[in-house]
Design a protein. Sequence first.
Length: 103
Amino acid sequence: MFYLLAMAPQGEGGGGMMSTLIMFGAIFAIFYFMIIRPQQKRAKEREKLLSEIKKGDKVVTNGGLHGVIAGIDDKTCLIDVGNNMKLKYERSSIASILKSKEE
């Protein structure tokens, strides 16, 4: 990359370098506001969702399993899938919370 910048015609002695730096700054700003910032926002929302899980919530896992939260540990949760069958899943495998059983 530096080779290309050194070989590029400079015109008025440095104006080309300044426009290149402005272009890279603009590209970085576009990437930040279009990709990085929304991804950080989604990660915060996901952490909030996982921290708000409580017993009795109806959930769907990443694998598509539907069930009701029967118990919660620090990193795992016990999901009741019916017929008194309970499965232990990682908390991070929960994709969404549908609604609480009480609602």
